[in-house]
Write a protein that binds this ligand. Structure first.
Ligand SMILES: *[C@@H]1O[C@H](CO)[C@@H](O)[C@H](O)[C@H]1NC(C)=O
Ligand SMILES: *[C@@H]1O[C@H](CO)[C@@H](O)[C@H](O)[C@H]1NC(C)=O
Ligand SMILES: *[C@@H]1O[C@H](CO)[C@@H](O)[C@H](O)[C@H]1NC(C)=O
Ligand SMILES: *[C@@H]1O[C@H](CO)[C@@H](O)[C@H](O)[C@H]1NC(C)=O
Ligand SMILES: *[C@@H]1O[C@H](CO)[C@@H](O)[C@H](O)[C@H]1NC(C)=O
Length: 315
């Protein structure tokens, strides 16, 4: 089905007016760099909590703001406080800003979407690369381009996220921000993270840990993520999830660095997880075959049986 979507998309492009030749080729050949095993201590210390927050973002805004999201809320413990929530569970995907005293952080989490809609958004809707919004990214170079649909979605909540995070840092006195999200929420979170880095006081420590990230922009966008966020940026990919490989590199899209790949998992959670140096590392999701693509892998499990869905939300 995915193959068909990609073919249909390439066909549609071939019918369109000839695209202008890019100033320089942005297509980068995949690298095959040796991966390293991620220890359980890193998974438990750095990845599980962001995954739990990303999963909470799948509950309705009503369930999240009233903190009545059952097991999904209980999993992060009793001290988390929701400071702000926005979005409408529809065209404007939900996000929330929370205080997490256990990690002395402010958390920004973005709602995702299911595998079918993220594949269709990434491949069919507003697939064109457009210039980055320089109001929100004052220090970005002029060649930076991102997916039109992702940027439009990001713009609908960007102002609220920036002012909300400023208020949250102010009211809690926290010096750390965690940005997280899954799927479409990961795409928006990656844009949020660069915006926050450019607009917050440099003394604030920003960590971005996101799940099932589609390709968001061109090589210059990937470079902007790498240079602004460096090793504080991690995007976790699960087995044969096709989402991290759309839209295709053929159209100029490139993933930033920081991939961590779940090589194998069972119902209890991840069994083997590796860090993937470089970008588009062939030993990780870029090496996945479309023929083996599993849309179920997009949902999880991401460590300890964490599946990204609202199925366990009470309402
Ligand atoms: C990654 O790719 C390189 C080059 O193809 C290969 O030597 C290496 O064994 C691969 N696998 C891992 C797990 O690093
Ligand atoms: C940039 O984003 C802001 C939202 O913060 C929006 O008001 C503005 O129209 C966007 N600029 C462009 C050129 O789309
Ligand atoms: C929060 O904002 C108020 C009003 O702008 C300011 O007076 C105060 O110093 C700020 N507090 C912190 C912790 O930044
Ligand atoms: C999953 O794999 C782990 C580690 O190999 C094993 O201990 C566990 O029993 C497996 N769980 C299931 C449900 O297969
Ligand atoms: C994993 O979670 C699912 C629900 O998300 C549940 O049905 C299943 O029993 C869990 N499996 C284990 C081994 O905990």
């Amino acid at each position: 089905m995915l193959l068909l979507a990609v073919l249909a998309c390439l066909f549609a492009i071939s019918l369109a007016a000839p695209a202008p030749i890019p100033a320089r080729p942005s297509y980068r050949r995949a690298e095959s760099l040796a991966t390293t095993t991620v220890p359980d201590t890193t998974i438990e210390g750095d990845f599980v909590r962001p995954a739990l927050f990303s999963r909470i973002a799948y509950c309705s805004s009503q369930a999240v703001t009233s903190w009545q999201c059952g097991e999904q809320c209980a999993a992060v413990g009793p001290n988390v406080k929701i400071l702000q929530a926005g979005g409408d569970d529809g065209l404007i995907p939900m996000y929330f800003i929370a205080s997490d005293p256990d990690t002395e952080s402010v958390v920004v989490a973005h709602q995702g979407t299911n595998s079918k809609s993220i594949l269709s958004i990434a491949n069919d809707v507003q697939i064109a690369l457009v210039d980055l919004n320089t109001t929100l990214f004052p220090q970005a170079g002029k060649d930076v381009q991102v997916h039109d649909g992702f940027q439009k979605t990001f713009e609908r909540t960007a102002d609220g996220v920036l002012s909300g995070v400023r208020d949250a840092l102010n009211s809690t006195g926290a010096k750390k921000v965690l940005v997280t999200g899954h799927s479409l929420g990961a795409a928006v979170a990656s844009m949020d993270a660069v915006m926050l880095k450019m607009n917050l006081d440099p003394s604030i420590s920003l960590t971005t840990t996101i799940f099932g990230l589609p390709r968001v922009g061109n090589q210059e966008w990937a470079d902007l993520v790498d240079s602004n966020l460096g090793t504080s940026f991690t995007h976790i990919t699960n087995q044969n999830d096709p989402v991290p490989t759309v839209p295709p590199q053929l159209l100029g899209y490139v993933q930033p660095q920081g991939e961590v790949h779940i090589v194998s998992a069972n119902a209890t959670g991840a069994i083997q997880t590796v860090a993937c140096p470089g970008t588009e590392n062939d030993n990780c999701s870029d090496g996945n075959s479309l023929l083996d693509a599993s849309v179920a892998n997009h949902r999880g499990p991401y460590f300890q049986n964490i599946s990204m869905s609202g199925s366990a939300c009470p309402f």
